[in-house]
Design a protein around this ligand. Structure first.
Ligand SMILES: C[S@@+](CC[C@H](N)C(=O)[O-])C[C@H]1O[C@@H](n2cnc3c(N)ncnc32)[C@H](O)[C@@H]1O
Length: 219
């Protein structure tokens, strides 16, 4: 699909180029949130993120890229950090803001394209990606890594949880360790510190799906 020139009121993509996932499904991400909870929208933070927060791994200003309805961002904010969650799905953001109001948690949610994060005009010490990277194709991963690098402070940390290619019962977008290392390589300002096996809970896996939990440093 061609690049779009400018947003119009009835444009579900708000002027941005649909992602490979949206081109494959024929639907904007927002549609996933319009008819009940999406498969990944489990109503609580991912256990891997809860564990990370309990270890004190989040520091400074935190960005949650592709925050969905905000459970992970809300959890990190609830332990006292300044958190911005961004997403392209306005319906998800509205749900996230309502949860923040209901729970009395101070956290910011904004519409932003993960490929153009520099437009935020802000820098972050810690960045979280829970289930976004694995929705991108090869070309998008390269652009995403550059976009993330533009808003991550030097020596900052990206924590990335994605479906892994080590079965059984792999999730819908299995990623190999090599694909992670290719996207976040030193020439792009990243150093993969560790990649550990983990789980991603979903609404359709009893005990979650196999995942990689990557700790990636901005050099
Ligand atoms: C699989 S969901 C995960 C949502 C959330 N992190 C969670 O754990 O529940 C992926 C999210 O990324 C968002 N997303 C997809 N492409 C995006 C983009 N280019 N920029 C920002 N968000 C995007 C989708 O709208 C969706 O909310």
């Amino acid at each position: 699909m061609p690049e779009r020139s400018g947003p119009s009121a009835d444009d579900p993509f708000r002027g941005r180029r649909p992602t490979s996932h949206e081109r494959m499904t024929g639907l904007p991400w927002d549609a996933s949130y319009q008819d009940g909870p999406a498969p990944w929208d489990i109503g609580h933070p991912q256990p891997a993120i809860v564990r990370l927060a309990s270890q004190g791994a989040f520091a400074g200003a935190v960005l949650d890229a592709g925050c969905g309805t905000g459970e992970n961002a809300l959890h990190v904010a609830s332990v006292g950090l300044s958190v911005l969650g961004v997403d392209v799905a306005e319906t998800a953001l509205a749900i996230a803001r309502q949860k923040a109001d209901d729970r009395g948690i101070e956290v910011e949610f904004a519409a932003a394209d993960a490929f153009q994060l520099e437009r935020l005009g802000r820098m972050f010490k810690t960045v979280l990606d829970c289930g976004l990277f694995h929705t991108f194709d090869g070309d998008e991963r390269t652009r995403y890594a550059a976009s993330l690098a533009s808003v991550t402070e030097q020596d900052g940390t990206l924590y990335l949880l994605c479906f892994s290619d080590h079965g059984p019962e792999t999730g819908p977008h299995p990623i190999s360790q090599e694909e992670l290392r290719a996207a976040f390589n030193p020439s792009r300002g990243w150093n993969v510190a560790s990649i550990e096996p983990d789980r991603i809970q979903t609404r359709f896996h009893d005990d979650g799906a196999p995942a990689w939990f990557a700790t990636i440093k901005r050099t």
